[in-house]
Design a protein around this ligand. Structure first.
Ligand code: TXA
Ligand code: MG
Length: 349
């Protein structure tokens, strides 16, 4: 566990970063902060190193990883082509929370990274500690989120420790991450661009740059039933207790809580700042204000993990408007809930 202070100019001079980079060069796995969530990094050229990521996370081997780079020049060594559209996106959003899918150059990266696909996911993070680690190691770093598979992604070094202590070589601790949800994953290798995973960079922001209509894969899924991002088919981001999304008035939600408590269950409620004082449950947590969805995104995984520290048997969660980062928030909440909804019936007046 190496702590690095924030607000310094040059993390590349940090002995902690140099030490972590040496572990990466030695094909060991190290957790590090990015602006989205903590990543679990390995030398993306090495089968030996990348295999340890899948083992430590308990991740299915058919779910490919994102390769993290720090310079544009690294990209050309890894991909078979960069379209005009993608160049515009890179100029607009890198470094930052946008992952792009490229046709991969064969025989360069470890095949474990891409899980047998002929495409590769790449992003340039904007977190100074992540950039320093990549630069100092001199390698492209394959990194999924640094959680056990199925758990909420870690937004602090403490979360990483809870999930992976004893399974990894070390953690670079750069404090809490910014965005709090994973990067937006965009696939521009097909006939039209498709968002495979919504994130902090919204559809509207992307459309403004590519000057084209962008599809969202969850909608495509209904049409085709074929997941384009292998990760989409897994349940994800879940706290231990089952989670249910509730769509209705506060009073009706309270009656659901009361009913379950009467049956002897301990009930958790994921509420917003505006409503939290209105609920009576075994544990009510405030995920942030409905008027500040960026803050809700920042807090969401931390809040889901807080329920794991309690002994609740089930959790009800309020839902959020599907605008801006709300799309990504609802995408993660739906996955955490395994798409379980409880919806209030309309009353006749
Ligand atoms: O913000 C993030 O993206 C974080 C930080 C650490 O960078 N990383 C992250 O990685 O969330 P991970 O492994 O948890 O999620 C990667 C997603 C998965 O849904 C995976 O299926 C998809 O990207 N993916 C990776 N390579 C792909 C490819 N070649 N084609 C389609 N989807 C791909
Ligand atoms: Mg993940």
């Amino acid at each position: 566990h190496w702590s690095v202070e924030n607000n310094v100019d040059n993390f590349e001079d940090y002995p902690q970063v140099a030490e972590a980079a040496q572990y990466i060069r030695d094909n060991q796995i190290v957790a590090f902060p990015t602006e989205t969530v903590y990543g679990l990094g390995a030398n993306a050229y090495s089968d030996e190193a990348v295999a340890q990521i899948f083992a430590a996370k308990g991740r299915p081997s058919d779910n490919p990883l994102i390769v993290h780079i720090a310079e544009y020049q690294q990209l050309e060594k890894l991909v078979a082509g960069i379209s005009k559209q993608v160049k515009l996106l890179i100029t607009a959003f890198w470094p930052g929370p946008l992952t792009l899918i490229f046709p991969k150059k064969s025989g360069v990266l470890s095949d474990l990274v891409t899980a047998g696909l002929d495409t590769v996911a790449i992003r340039m993070p904007s977190h100074p500690v992540a950039l320093a680690l990549i630069r100092t190691s001199g390698l492209p770093i394959a990194a999924p989120s640094a959680n056990r598979s199925g758990k909420p992604s870690p937004t602090t070094a403490k979360h990483v420790e809870q999930d992976l202590d004893g399974r990894i070589a070390g953690i670079l601790d750069g404090g809490a991450t910014g965005v709090g949800l994973e990067s937006t994953v965009l696939d521009c290798t097909g006939p039209f661009p498709v968002i495979l995973r919504p994130g902090g960079i919204t559809k509207e922001e992307l459309e403004r740059v590519v000057k084209d209509k962008i599809e969202v894969a969850s909608h495509l899924l209904e049409k085709t039933d074929v997941p384009r991002a292998p990760g989409m088919k897994y349940k994800h981001y879940s706290p231990s207790a089952p989670l249910y999304l509730v769509d209705g008035e506060v009073g009706w939600i309270q009656s659901l809580i009361d009913e379950k408590r009467k049956q002897g269950f301990k009930v958790g409620m994921l509420a917003s700042t505006e409503t939290q004082s209105k609920y009576k449950a075994d544990l009510v947590l405030d995920v942030g204000s409905r008027n500040n969805l960026d803050h809700v995104a920042h807090q969401l995984y931390h809040t889901l993990r807080e329920f794991d520290q309690s002994n609740v048997d089930l959790i009800y969660s309020e839902i959020f408007p599907q605008s801006d980062v709300g799309v990504a928030i609802m995408n993660r909440l739906e996955k955490a809930a395994g798409h379980h909804w409880v919806i209030q019936e309309k009353q006749d007046s």
